[in-house]
Design a protein around this ligand. Sequence first.
Ligand code: SAM
Length: 218
Amino acid sequence: MAYKFVDNYRERGARKKLVELLSSRGIEDENVLKAIGKVPRHFFFDETFWNQSYKDIAFPIGDGQTISQPYTVAYQSELLHIKKGDKVLEIGTGSGYQTCVLMELGANVFTIERQENIFNRTIQVLPGMGYRPTFYCGDGSKGISEHAPYDKIIVTAGAPLVPEILLKQLKIGGILVIPVGDEKTQKMVTVIRVSETDYDKIVLDTFRFVPLVGDQAW
Ligand code: SAM
């Protein structure tokens, strides 16, 4: 599918305002703000809802799922401290918006989505926009062992606990960012692998994610 949408002055202006808003809400990493400023978020919306696309809100994308709130995308991206060429595993591709932000930050992204409908849509949309991550369809709660270890792992759905198997797929010095809690609210958790056997865990702010469903999840 060739991508039919245009990125005109109205959308570019709205995106600039969104970046300013995220900065005022505490996002400090200039690279993350630049990446948010580059990804045309309205491309993920039906044209009828373009006026919603640069608001700092999550929005339904069908099949009971949402495109994440820009603040949440920026917050998780900031915690990952992406460096150019980092090998990143993203669990929960969804619309692919977060994937594009990670790629604008220079990451080499492996992304996995469990819902076939969403997967089939996103593998059309992202290449149409010029983003070509490595896509997988399946249960990401077990990670993707054949490409491990990763510099960074990001989970974009709420987990009941930190899956042990994901920790094992991190490089030493690698970072995992994952929302952990019950089905309603979760705390953002960062885990840094400091050695073969040791991990540092930091518990941060409260968010609301859709549940991570799978073998090592709900
Ligand atoms: N960051 C995405 C975006 O901006 O569009 C939104 C991701 S959405 C909040 C979470 C996604 O995780 C959903 O599409 C859901 O189907 C997916 N998901 C849930 N459990 C999963 C699992 N075990 N493996 C892979 N994807 C999963």
